[in-house]
Design a protein around this ligand. Sequence first.
Ligand SMILES: N[C@@H](CCC(=O)N[C@@H](CS)C(=O)NCC(=O)O)C(=O)O
Length: 223
Amino acid sequence: MAAQGKATLVIGNKNYSSWSLRPWMALAMGGIPFEEKLVRFGEPRFSREVKKISGAGLVPVLLHKGNAIWDSLAIIEYAAETWPKANIWPKNAAARAMARSAAAEMHSGFGAVRNACPMNLRRPKVALKAGFSVAVMKDVRRIETLWSQCRRLHGKGGPFLFGKFSGADAMFAPVVTRLDSYAIPVKKETREYINAVMATPAFNAWLAAALKEPWIVPHDEAE
Ligand SMILES: N[C@@H](CCC(=O)N[C@@H](CS)C(=O)NCC(=O)O)C(=O)O
């Protein structure tokens, strides 16, 4: 990968920060060299530190060549432009358009599953005590249909949505973990895709670090 200057990805707790996981996976799977800086949720320092680099006060933020890019999807797009050899988006135009549509649908949607099932990687793998609402299961069914369409149309070259790992897989990585952590019933092909993402070295590196974190964020501890 050609030298492009130092990139730093500012992230939240690895156990909980679903938005941080997305660009982290895209950079790591793309072989892009970057440093990470973890700012803990709930610390008084969080807001102070993050507001210094982003008015939105949220993570992730990518710092590179004097730019601060403060949104998961914008970071993935910036990385795709800055490090084209990382092949973050599929080469084929139709596949690329679909991958971007899927990533955008994830970015702006699936609120029911995101709210009811916060990412919590150390959670015992059991269903929500209260069960899953109709809205959650509607999101899950849409996710399964979408993944299946991506795989059927463009997934021949590998186990990911567009064959090779892409920005769409990075955007869905925290959904993969939720389906797994909350033992949500899914089809066999969905499970195979979940297993493929969870088997990547990048995801396993993130997970190992997450499991070492001692910090609890009560708000994200859904039973
Ligand atoms: N739309 C943003 C969402 C970023 C976001 O909501 N980040 C959460 C963490 S995952 C955050 O920084 N929360 C601040 C806090 O909990 O104090 C993105 O795509 O990056």
